[in-house]
Design a protein around this ligand. Structure first.
Ligand SMILES: [Zn+2]
Length: 678
């Protein structure tokens, strides 16, 4: 019997993690023990004297180190959603050890020899699709991690990956530190001019939480975004914009310029060890898109179509601003502010008009309802499942037959211990072991506007979309029906993973669904038709600008990772050049996007940011089937579930897609949806 809960059997509902028992000091000993076990598992495979088979090699590897995966899942999820200095230190300590352990497996020659022997004989056996894919993925996993490298190259590969895991952690920690380091403390009420009451109340609550007088604006999205949109005080907007855009680019202790350089150079060196010309080429081999050339052509084509619209849109805002008091050029810190006013004038719609109809609890009900209509799912809160933070909630999810299919954690509000943005993750993934279907634990983590003393949490329309988006990822996890954990749920190529999330957002553009969800938080009145009409009319407001913005991030990412020689230059200058063709505003000295671009430098989106746009093409094309057959059509929902949501990464995504759609996707549906066709 072990007193460390992480190393004991979880005697909880569905064996969910016993968060109430887990203390910070449990992690290091648990990792140490679990790594030891994992090594023993692997040693057993290697020392097996029988001839290598699917079972004793490939499958045994799939199951090796189960405890380690379980602990790592819990720990790294906590490090994102409920961290502190201590947890971050543990992460820094543990990450290189985990990388070294993973290298011990993937660089083990005896193990690779066994895998290769199964791989080479795969045609001689009667394997099914999932088994074949697992054999190929395992073999490729070795090759991609250096199994075919020799001597010094292998040693260098090991150094590079260890160094990279440290650098990417540092990058993220610097961004978090820089985000938290800044606050705009307002004590003069006049400086709040223009801000809606709810935003002022939230700023007062933030001040109160920090034991300060007046109001506090932070760089967290729910504080930053509305301030940029509404604050009349241009100097303060500029100050806040600069604080946000100069994060980790100020030459202080949390500067990321050098970290960026080191990361891109090490990634390049790694790719070249494998004979690829760039990191992008190395990464894209395992993507739906396949090559940098194809990705660049894709981005260029969409930029070509979007840029003329974007330029018109920015010009329109500038003209509007100039007739409404702005002298001179429109700057970046003016764009959201005047856009909001222009949008209001054009469509007479503001976030504040729609927010009362999008009470968080009602939206949650509506999204659960959608999952019920399309896939027969029901959700039951269960107070016996303890979440990892008092503000998170735990649900059990059941299918149409009443069978338990998943645990779902929902964690909505920002706090300093949580990183920004919104994401879906797993505390356990789905798989089948010895005939038992082990069901997943899915978690959705968001940063939505908090309730205040007298109002519940009211979502902006964009936040409603974000909720749908993350819930779509959640469905991909919850509905998974795969045999092997490495192929289940969202374990798919990165440029395919956003299809389930983005397609869900489409229901948020449909009147029928919006009317089910939109109920006034005070009166219960259904969102009026004219407001829904305005939401839909305004949906394409500045779609050209939005498109160019996304493309610019994709191009910045591709530029960094298409480097074919070590980078010696200046990070800011390089970025300016990479994004030049997408530039819509005068340059601002001192700001840099790359130094806070966590997606590609702290997360796993390197040479993958284009995937968001790629997935938009997929989701628009896929949703056109629902549009044709009816947005609640059962047969279409069934087909999407069976061909996409249940299948994980068991087959090449293009095959799964074609099975659902009947053909490969085209850009047409997206360009039409966004009004980007003349
Ligand atoms: Zn997503």
């Amino acid at each position: 019997m072990n007193s460390n809960p992480l190393l004991s059997e979880f005697k909880t509902v569905h064996q969910t993690p016993p968060f109430q028992l887990i203390e910070e000091e449990h992690y290091i000993p648990a990792f140490t023990e679990a790594i030891k076990e994992a090594k023993e598992d692997v040693d057993k495979i290697i020392s097996n004297s029988e001839a290598p088979t699917f079972e004793n090699t490939i499958l045994a590897m799939e199951y090796a180190g189960e405890n380690l995966s379980r602990i790592a899942n819990i720990f790294f999820n906590i490090n994102s959603a409920n961290t502190n200095d201590n947890i971050q230190n543990i992460a820094s300590e543990v990450s290189p050890i985990l990388t070294a352990h993973s290298n011990d497996i993937w660089l083990n020659e005896a193990l690779f020899a066994k895998v290769k022997s199964v791989f080479d004989a795969k045609e001689e056996n009667n394997y099914n699709q999932e088994q074949l894919k697992l054999i190929e993925d395992t073999y490729k996993g070795f090759v991609k991690r250096g199994a075919l490298l020799t001597g010094e190259e292998k040693e260098r590969y090991r150094e590079i990956t260890t160094e990279l895991s440290k650098l990417t952690l540092t990058f993220g920690q610097n961004v978090l530190a820089e985000t938290n380091a800044y606050e705009l403390h307002i004590t003069d009420e006049k400086e709040l001019a223009g801000l809606p009451d709810a935003i002022i109340a939230a700023a007062a609550a933030d001040a109160k939480a920090k034991e300060k007088e007046g109001w506090v604006i932070t760089l967290q999205f729910p504080s930053y975004v509305p301030f940029m949109k509404y604050a009349d005080n241009r100097a303060l907007r500029k100050e806040l914009y600069m604080a946000y855009s100069m994060r980790a680019n100020k030459g202080n202790d949390h500067d990321n310029n050098d970290v960026v350089k080191q990361i891109v150079n090490l990634r390049l060196e790694k790719a070249q060890l494998f004979g690829f010309k760039s990191h992008a080429a190395y990464v894209l081999e395992d993507r739906m898109a396949q090559t940098p050339e194809k990705v660049n052509a894709f981005l260029e084509e969409l930029l070509d179509k979007s840029l003329p619209f974007a330029k018109e849109e920015v010009k329109e805002v500038e003209t509007y601003a100039n007739t409404h008091g702005l002298k001179g050029k429109l700057q970046r810190w003016d764009f959201a502010y005047y856009s909001e006013k222009l949008k209001n004038e054009k469509f007479s719609i503001t976030d504040e008009m729609t927010k009362p109809y999008f009470q968080l609890e009602k939206v949650e009900e509506g999204i659960f309802g959608l999952a019920n209509t399309l896939f027969g799912l029901t959700f039951k809160a269960n107070a016996d499942i303890t979440p990892y933070h008092e503000e998170a909630k735990a649900y059990e999810v059941f299918d149409a037959q009443g069978k338990f299919i998943s645990v779902l954690y929902l964690d909505f509000f920002p706090r300093e211990s949580k990183r920004g943005g919104a994401w879906m993750t797993n505390y356990r993934e789905q798989f089948v072991q010895d005939g038992t279907d082990v069901r997943p634990f899915v978690s959705l983590v968001c940063n939505f506007s908090r309730p205040t003393e007298d109002t519940p949490s009211l979502l902006t329309y964009q936040e409603v979309r974000t909720f749908l988006h993350e819930f779509g990822h959640g469905l991909h996890g919850m509905l998974s029906k795969c045999t092997y954990v490495s192929q289940s749920g969202t374990n798919v190529y990165r440029d395919f993973v956003e299809l389930p999330s983005q397609i869900l957002e489409n229901w948020g553009t449909e009147k029928e669904w919006l009317k089910q969800v939109g109920k006034h938080y005070q009166t219960g009145e259904t969102i009026p038709d004219d407001l829904v009409a305005k939401i839909m009319e305004s949906a394409n407001f500045q779609s050209g600008y939005q498109s160019v913005r996304q493309l610019s991030f994709g191009m910045d990412d591709m530029a960094w990772h298409s480097l074919e020689n070590a980078f010696e230059g200046d990070v800011n200058t390089f970025e300016d050049e990479a994004m030049a063709s997408t530039e819509l505003f005068p340059a601002v000295e001192g700001t840099c996007f790359s130094t806070a671009f966590s997606h590609i430098f702290a997360g796993g989106y390197a040479a993958g940011y284009y995937g968001y746009k790629w997935a938009e093409v997929l989701d628009a094309d896929a949703f056109s089937v629902f549009k044709e057959n009816g947005i609640f059509d059962q047969a279409t929902a069934d087909s999407f579930r069976k061909n996409i949501l249940e299948k994980g990464g068991t087959q090449h995504p293009m095959d799964l897609y074609v099975a659902f759609r009947g053909q490969e996707p085209t850009n047409d549906a997206l360009l039409i949806r966004e009004g980007l066709v003349k």
